[in-house]
Ligand binder design. Sequence first.
Ligand SMILES: O=C(O)CCC(=O)C(=O)O
Ligand SMILES: [Fe+2]
Length: 344
Amino acid sequence: MLTREVIVPALPIIDLEGFPLDAAKRDGIAGALDRAFREYGFCVVTGHAVPVDVRKQAFAASRAFHALPDDEKRAIAVNEFHRGYIAPKTSKIVTSSVDKVTKPNLSESFMMMHPVDAGDPRFGTPLQGPNQWPMTLQDFRSAVENYYKALDTAARHLTQLLARALGQPDDSFDRFFEHPTVYLRLLHYPPIPQGAEADLYGSAPHTDYGFMTLLAQDDIGGLQVRATESQGGGWIDVPYVPDSFVVNVADLLSHWSGGRWPSTPHRVLNNRSGKDRYSIPFFFDMSMETVVEPLHAYAPGVKPIAGPKDKPGPVCYGDYVMERFNRNYSYRGGAGDREELAGQ
Ligand SMILES: O=C(O)CCC(=O)C(=O)O
Ligand SMILES: [Fe+2]
């Protein structure tokens, strides 16, 4: 009998080895990241040095939060600084460069961001304000803050490897992350009902906006990454690898790389498990005033993801992200009476 071999592309799994200092080891890891990002814009990382307990406690905090009565969650509804509870049907990715999106995402989340004190000169400017915390949950805030700190450390180490992977000195991005814009989102996806329309997503196809995302997911599955034509098209399932993070390139890192690394569309479809899915993306973005100019020229035929009239050129992160938030989130009023959402 004739069998046809089908090669299913799979995301590379890269061991970060606890971020070694040795130059040859760093070159090896940076090379692996470069290959993965050129091919997929995504990879799975282990050896990131985030303690397993810190991660477990963050997932426990997320489950406890989402199990609260609705009115307790709504009491800390997302504020103008993008912090708090984002209820189901309040977000839809209308700015998606990927697909026509007609339905809100089937998800709810708690959003925490980088802390900004009242005495901080940035206080009150876009995205710079107080976090909101649920009143009744013991240990919730400490679990989330510990997770934030551990991920911030991992993200800074990883950023240095990314600079190296782009042929720059390890510390060349550091100055853009003195006051990073960070979104820590505790996401809950209820199962998509059997027989639901095909365009009802946990998270509709989208790209992330800023620099990079480190995502922890549970073992339910459902995250998919869009394959290129040369990979056979369609969607690649992201595997569940215990204690790993899924890392992806967002729009403005793609722009920084001159399109060498794509900002790859991805989506979440929780329609097979019949169970609730929990994930925690940590979006690690540059400070608001950062202006991103491609480090390398775009290759002929590669379309810039960002820039004036889609021409490669400088893009200010704060302008880029606020334009998207104002259009995607109904609480910001930008989308009229539609219920809106976004990727971060
Ligand atoms: O929950 C996931 O697995 C992915 C979430 C995501 O892509 C996002 O929030 O931008
Ligand atoms: Fe995303």
